[in-house]
Each structure stands twice: as C-alpha cells, then as structure tokens.
Design a protein around this ligand. Sequence first.
Ligand code: CP3
Length: 356
Amino acid sequence: MQQTLKNDRYLKALLNEPVDCTPVWMMRQAGRYLPEYRELRAQAGDFMSLCKNPELACEVTLQPLRRFDLDAAILFSDILTIPDALGLGLYFTPGEGPCFERPIKSFDDIKKLAVFDPEQELGYVMNAVRTIRKALAGSVPLIGFSGSPWTLATYMIEGGSSKAFTKIKKMLYSDPKALHLLLDTLADCVIVYLNAQIKAGAQSVMIFDTWGGVLSKKAYLEFSLPYMQKIVSELIKINENRKVPTTLFTKNGGQWLEHIAQTGCDAVGVDWTTDLDVAKSKVGTRVALQGNMDPSVLYAPKEIIEEEVQRLLAQYGEGSGHVFNLGHGIHLDVNPEHAKHFIDAVHIYSKPYHMK
Ligand code: CP3
C-alpha cells in the first residue's frame, strides 16, 4: 500500500528534505489539558481503559488535530505497556502516577522475563494504530513510540516514578550484569513492539529516553545509548514504499548529541537546556533536530509565545531538518488557546526560512 499524504512536511523535515514551513507537533498533545479528553476519560473510567479501546484511543489521538493545525498525530498509548505485557501489573494511582504490582527485585525476576508476540500481548496497541491510520485518511503521518530500555527499566525496578533512582542505580553499580540482561531483553521487546507498530501503520517512530539524562556520561554510554542503537539497527527502515524515520529523545541529553547522532537514527530530540544552534553545530546535517521550546512558555501571554517561537526559529536558521516541538510534554494546566497560538506561530514565522 502506498498512500499519498496530504501533509508530509513532518516526514520530509526528519529526512532533511525541503519543506514549505517548519512542521510542528507537541509531546503529550493528547491529554488532560484538553477538556474533551477529560470528558472522555471520565466516561471511560481510567487511562488504561482509553488505551485498550481502539475506538477511544483513536478519538483521543484525533482530538488535538481537530483543534490545531498539527503536522503529525501520535498514537495514544503509554510507554509502560511493555512492562505491563511482561507481567508486572501496571496501574495508575491519582497523584502518584504509574505503579507496578510486581516490580523487578532480583536477577531471578529478570531471568524469567521473555520477549512476547506484540500482536498477541499488545494487540490493543496495534488495533489502535490500524484504527487511527484509517481515521487519519492520509491527512498527516502517524507517529508510533516506545520508551527506551533504560527508561522502561527505571519504572520496572523503582516500581513507579522516581526522583533519585536509587534502586536502579544500586543495581547498576552493584550488579551491572543483571541490569545488562534486563536492558537487553527490553531492547528485544522494543524491537518487536516498534516493528509491529510500523507493520500496523506507524509512519515514523520515536523512542522516549526520558531518564537517560540522570546518568553520568560513562553510564549513559554503557547502559542507555547502546540499547537504543541496537533498536535503531533492527527497525524496519522502509514500509509502504516510504522511509520510516526514527527519532531518539534523551531528556537532558544535550551533552551527548554527537553520540546519539551516530546511532543511525534520523532525528534527535532536544530539550530547552540545549540551544538549537549549538545542537546543529554538533550534529550538522547528519540528523534532523526536534524541539525545543520549554513547555512552560505556554503559560505566557501570546506575544511572548510568539517571540519565543521566533527566537528558536532564528536559532535553528535556514533550511529543513527541524521539527518544532516542546522540549518535553505539554503541562496539564495549559490553556489550549495558547497551544493553538504556538502552533500557528511556528507555521507563519518559519516560512522565510524555507524560501530557497
Ligand atoms: O504524546 C501523546 O499525546 C501520546 C501519548 C503518550 C502518553 N504517554 C499518554 C499519557 C505518550 C507518548 C506517553 C509517553 C510516556 N509515558 C513517557 C515518555 C514521555 C515523557 O513524558 O517523558 C513516560 C515517562 C510515561 C509514563 C507515564 N504515563 C507517566 C509519568 C504518566 C503520568 C501520570 C500522571 O498521573 O500524570 C503517564 C500517564 C499518561 N500517559 C497520561 C497520558 C495522557 C495521563 C493519564 C491520565 O490521567 O489521563
């Protein structure tokens, strides 16, 4: 199947091909800052019920696209579907975020984990991808995603969200062999999971390494990056006669951009702690860049949002290879009107940078 996309500037920018203006989407663009999301979630009962119902997951994916002129849709799901499929028992408690009934406590727990068949164990995700692709009808591309092995392992070992990551760092420094086995198993799970999403219709994939930035450089190069590199090298590269671009995003990973760019990925996500001109000088045109407005800028009045968009566009400069985004997920108390203003500003003010 080769479907013509009405708007393919997101895929083009990831591959450094010319575009008419800079494409933009927002991390966590579907979610609680939208009243229509809160309404549907209240009806569904809880977050995982939304994820597990393909029609509801599709509806929630489309909600921000009805309001805003976004250049991509992102699958509505969560990175923690993999540990859930591995039997850890994911649940969400209000105010505390994700938790596991059976976190990883020992080498024995790790040895028992086995790669699953994603169409069997996570069929609801693939059904959501297929339903969303049909509903998008070629309007914009669909992004599939996964957590990085390191980031997934933090949740599996800490038992949920963490601030200091003491349990996983204890394992890293006292039993590195056990952690490597866990990360390697997770990398194999991510490979089959993302390839199943691609076969189901995801047109690009992104790996969220939300917690890679809490490591030292030495530990990052041993425990996070090599596993993302393994994934990148095993992913389906062409599907539906089109290249399937891969984006790696290590939050707080600005110091290691050259290393990330060498994995063979097509794009690297950057947060607001790294300037786009500095990032560009480090990676050249080898990879595209995605980012990097501080999501808190959306609390500012519209003039300030516009100024910040213009500042970041100027920082990246002329030419393709930039996907505008927030440097992390949108905050849940942001006014959706401000998000709209942000997205429109990117399209309007980026045109002069693409005249040649
Ligand atoms: O971007 C999108 O719109 C797509 C959907 C998406 C979600 N989670 C939906 C979600 C994506 C891409 C994610 C990724 C994710 N999940 C990450 C990596 C990205 C990042 O933000 O760093 C991480 C670390 C998670 C784990 C997770 N899931 C957390 C920490 C939480 C928040 C818990 C809370 O109570 O705020 C979730 C739940 C979650 N995932 C929500 C949504 C919309 C909120 C659920 C709700 O209460 O409705």
